[in-house]
Design a binder for this molecule. Structure first.
Ligand code: MIC
Ligand code: SF4
Length: 646
């Protein structure tokens, strides 16, 4: 029996465990990346582990999320990360160099290698045949220290692509079609591989758009083969030596197989407030729009920007529309400037922003009240744009640019023939915003620079024998980490200050939650299906830890958030019978008796609802290692107890 792409890479990096679906496996990690919004915490954790130099082949720290610098906080975080990077052997990508995933793809990613990043869109690297995972900051810190990365061995899914996209239809429309087909839960516990003849018709940036938004499927990761197209891309980046071919065997076996005929893919949009709420542009109709934002790690490549420029050339943005454009990297920005396309974008009336996440994470460009915003981004969760009642639609750069001119959601296929905008044979390479780490010798004399806003990791403690506490919050299905720990310009500067952040925990759903939790000192959270989908931010676990949350009891979890809860020492529990969700109301008093022993021995767990007088059976699906982490009070304590990284 042959191997899938993922199986080949897993096999060559397997440190522990069996390649059987549902089993815990430990992988050797070749590369790591961090961004600043999760990086400060990750590096505080890394420093706490006491490792001198990173043990990976390449670790890169990017500054791309918090670049507004509306106070000293962001700049202090950047300085802290830069000082850690220099001292500990990490490459540092300065603000202005671009969005982590775009830059990593261009400059550092290598087919067949493993990569973990403290950002859920790290699977973008799958576009060049890397096995790339989004992870919590602590997992990344452990990997930098040379420790393994643990995942549940996933199921293998293959999506066969046939045919060729029609003019003005794009990779974004492909992934939106997949999201419509599989939903935001459809990829949970699965690696999604793309194959078939249609793959050859897609460029590396197009493939990366697709693997990037695999995060929205809840997938463990997504991956494309590394083929001649990949080789050409790496060659154009001056990195042909990094090329390694990676293909699935012809007799590889998949758990699920789907087929998409690319010629049937139509310009589409994900409607508010979920990336799987997809319809074609034609079905939605010509809705009036207020804003268009083009950029983000999903759609900010040179190819995307050239298409946008070609649509905007000689035109003017509609009177009532504000258009912003953020190129994904300095390389893209530079090339647009030197080939003249930037002038077409500016002349049309676009507001050109720096190469960073920007509006995607609510750092500026919030829409007007009840505004309709078309964005080429990957998430349209409620409130993420910074305007609570805005309606955000996720679209391709082609749909975005054409609609910006028209003033309503418009179908770019009306434009007729598409100009030939192939990737250049050579990208302009200039890594002068990437700072190399100091040598081990020099590093000894370097200090780490902290700022006053950088507060220590929240206090942890070993798991108690018994827990009695109330259900301090009850929420529904598909709760995102943007609900649990919102981002945006007002809060993002405080990612290294958990006490301050805690005031905003769950504010999107319940403004009183934080006060209630603080007053109670401890509590449980009750939730529905796919709890914790979206961002990898470990703050969505560290803040509940700080607020005394002992366990989260839900119908099902999203992968990264579940791992983050375990890392924070919070027990992730699921209802044995999902209907029992109805047996707990917010405010009920709940008791977990002998929980420490039960977790230790992997015994059945029952929670008693004292208020209602019922017993509810729960599942706690943890590996032996995860049980030990929970007993210790989290991964940091577990790691130091084990004398390093395990
Ligand atoms: C996001 O897109 O939500 C983010 C911001 O990039 C997050 C990370 C974070 O919250 O800092 C992610 O995707 O993991
Ligand atoms: Fe940045 Fe948005 Fe990509 Fe997250 S999804 S890394 S915020 S551009």
């Amino acid at each position: 029996m042959g191997y899938t792409i993922a199986q080949k890479i897993i096999k060559s990096h397997l440190l522990e465990g069996e390649m059987v679906a549902g089993q815990d496996i430990a992988l050797k990690i070749d590369q790591t990346l961090t961004q600043d919004a999760t990086g400060t915490m990750a590096y505080l954790e890394f420093v706490a582990m006491g490792v001198d130099r990173v043990k990976t082949e390449k670790s890169v720290a990017y500054i791309d999320h918090n670049t507004l610098q509306s106070g000293f906080e962001n700049a202090d975080d950047h300085r802290f990360i830069q000082s850690v990077a220099k001292k500990h052997g990490i490459w540092f990508s300065k603000p202005g160099n671009g969005i982590c995933h775009q830059v990593h793809l261009e400059r550092f990613g290598i087919p067949s290698k493993t990569l973990i990043g403290s950002d859920s869109h790290t699977p973008t690297g799958g576009g060049i045949g890397m096995l790339a995972f989004g992870a919590g900051g602590l997992d990344v810190a452990v990997a930098m220290g040379g420790g393994a990365y643990h995942i549940t061995y996933p199921k293998m899914v293959r999506i066969n692509l046939t045919g060729k996209l029609n003019p003005w239809c794009s990779a974004k429309d492909i992934i939106l079609t997949v999201l419509k087909m599989l939903s935001v839960k459809g990829g949970v516990g699965k690696i999604i591989e793309y194959g078939g003849k249609g793959v050859e018709t897609l460029s590396v940036p197009e493939r990366a758009t697709i693997t990037n938004m695999g995060a929205e499927l809840g997938a463990t990761t997504s991956v494309f083969p590394s083929d001649e197209v990949t080789r050409q891309f790496l060659k154009a980046q001056g990195r042909e030596k990094d090329f390694v071919p990676v293909f699935a065997d012809n007799d590889a076996v998949y758990d699920e197989v789907y087929k998409i005929d690319l010629s049937s893919v139509k310009p589409s949009a994900a409607m508010p407030h979920s990336p799987d709420n997809v319809k074609t542009v034609e079905e939605i109709g010509k809705i009036k729009i207020d804003q268009v934002c083009i950029g983000s790690c999903t759609n900010s490549s040179l190819q995307d920007m050239m298409k946008v420029a070609s649509i905007l050339k000689g035109k003017t943005v509609a009177e009532n529309v504000s258009l912003s454009v953020s190129p994904g990297s300095k390389q893209v920005f530079n090339m647009l400037a030197s080939n003249g396309a930037l002038a077409d974008i500016i002349s049309a009336g676009a507001r050109v922003l720096e190469c960073a996440c920007g509006p995607c994470i609510g750092m500026g460009q919030s829409p007007n009240s009840a505004g309709v915003s078309l964005r080429t981004f990957n998430r349209n969760f409620l409130g993420r744009s910074g305007t609570a009642d805005a309606g955000v639609y996720l679209v391709s750069p082609e749909v975005a640019a054409y609609s910006a001119i028209k003033g309503y959601l418009a179908d770019p296929t009306e434009l007729g023939e598409e100009p030939n905008l192939n990737l250049p044979d050579e990208f302009s390479v200039n890594d002068n915003l990437v700072v190399a780490p100091a040598s081990a010798e020099e590093a000894k004399n370097l200090d780490i620079i902290l700022g006053p806003n950088i507060k220590p990791f929240p206090e942890t403690s070993e798991l108690d024998e018994n827990i009695t506490a109330s259900a301090i919050l009850k929420v529904g299905d598909n709760i995102t980490t943007d609900h649990i720990m919102p981002a945006g310009a007002k809060i993002l500067p405080y990612r290294s200050n958990i006490p301050y952040l805690s005031k905003f925990c769950f504010a999107v759903c319940d403004t009183e939650f934080s006060k209630r939790a603080e007053a109670a000192g401890k509590g449980f959270i009750i939730g529905g299906e796919n709890y914790g989908q979206g961002s990898s931010r470990e703050h969505a676990a560290l803040v509940p830890l700080y607020l005394g949350i002992k366990a989260v009891i839900v119908k099902s979890f999203a992968r990264i958030h579940c791992a983050n809860l375990i890392n924070a020492g919070i027990i992730p529990m699921t209802f044995k019978n999902p209907a029992d969700y109805d047996l707990i109301e917010q405010g009920d008093e709940l008791v977990l008796k002998g929980i420490r022993e039960k977790i230790k021995n992997g015994e059945d767990i029952v929670i008693v609802n004292h208020t209602k007088g019922v017993e509810i059976p729960l599942d706690v699906d943890l590996t032996k290692r995860q049980r030990e982490i929970i007993l210790c009070g989290g991964l940091l304590d577990y790691t130091s107890k084990n004398g390093g990284n395990k």
